[in-house]
Ligand binder design. Structure first.
Ligand code: MN
Ligand code: MN
Length: 328
């Protein structure tokens, strides 16, 4: 690990205007995952431009490109903690995972392969989706040596079984598949922000039977951020923990550009507070999914998305930095 490596710094906004040049994530260098330089990266920010798991309104395949564009507005230093992730660890834009928009199962294998190669190099992924199905192939890579825990922000549990008869791989099913196949530990999983009209009153039964903790939005608003996040930290403990953030967890007043909006959600400030409360956990990766540019061509939703990605980057960098010191 080579902190403060000059080759891994964002292009300074005071030097080159933010609207100029090629839009990479956070204005970081774009490196090919197979390059020698990429092997020195600690955190790889990557896109997964895939929405073949979307059951109704598609569009998140266009998310990574719009998120890259809006991420050029992000500066370097966290306003509350003072963390500059680019001084703690080596960050790079490692491009997009390969996908085949004509073939879901092949895409899942291609995505898992990409994240396996990142894991082989010790690179922690921060991923921009894509629909929420992309979390399944990522968890399959990160959980290959044993199930990880997860803190999941979303309006939906994404724990359904099948769609349209027998389709098992959709953006409404990734976490059920990950639990069934042993990549996600249900007893170390908490879902926060769940709401919206259900299919059946029994929708959450399977997940609850596995030991998943579901914090529905009413409970969230009754207890507040601090209480809920204290419980979330207790549930995941000090084991490997993944963070999955569906933009539709945030109220559509702030983030309308998504396929499955549900009213009555988090404010953007509550979302920031929750991610800040992840500091100190043993984080092994994070994603921000379901930004759908066709439903918000203004880029406002993508701006919310990249702002949350910066919050995630700061807590991932702190975790990666802490691991590097404990290994010395
Ligand atoms: Mn979701
Ligand atoms: Mn959702």
């Amino acid at each position: 690990m080579q902190p403060k490596d000059s080759a891994f710094q964002p292009i300074p906004g005071m030097q080159t205007p933010r609207f100029a040049g090629m839009p990479t994530f956070m204005r970081l260098p774009h490196l090919d995952l197979e390059s020698a330089q990429a092997a020195k990266a600690d955190i790889g920010i990557v896109g997964v431009p895939f929405d073949g798991g979307t059951s109704n309104r598609p569009g998140p395949r266009h998310g990574p490109r719009q998120l890259r564009d809006l991420s050029t507005m992000i500066r370097t230093t966290h306003p509350r903690s003072g963390v500059n992730p680019f001084k703690l660890v080596n960050c790079a834009d490692l491009g997009d995972a390969p996908v085949n928009p004509m073939d879901i199962m092949q895409s899942l294998d291609m995505i898992t392969g990409f994240f396996n190669r990142m894991s082989d190099k010790g690179i922690v992924p921060l991923t921009a989706g894509g629909d929420h199905l992309i979390s399944f192939p990522i968890l399959r890579a990160l959980g290959r040596d044993g199930p990880v825990g997860m803190i999941h922000f979303d309006a939906h549990t994404d724990m359904n079984d099948v769609y349209f008869g027998d389709s098992k791989y959709t953006h409404g099913t990734p976490f059920r598949r990950a639990i069934e196949q042993g990549f996600l530990d249900p007893k170390r999983t908490i879902q926060i922000g769940i709401r919206g009209v259900k299919y059946e009153v029994s929708d959450f039964d399977w997940a609850l039977e596995q030991g998943v903790r579901i914090v529905e939005i009413d409970e969230f608003f009754e207890r507040g951020v601090a209480s809920v996040m204290t419980e979330a930290r207790e549930i995941v403990g000090d084991g490997k923990t993944y963070i999955s953030f569906d933009i539709d967890g945030i109220d559509p007043a702030f983030a309308p550009g998504t396929g499955t909006p549900e009213i009555g959600g988090f404010t953007t400030y509550q979302a920031q507070q929750m991610v800040r409360a992840l500091e100190g956990l043993n984080l092994v990766g994070a994603d921000l999914v379901e930004v759908s540019p066709p439903f918000d061509p203004s880029g406002g939703t993508a701006w919310v998305g990249v702002s949350i990605m910066f919050e995630l980057l700061c807590v991932l960098a702190t975790a990666q930095d802490a691991r590097s010191h404990s290994q010395v």
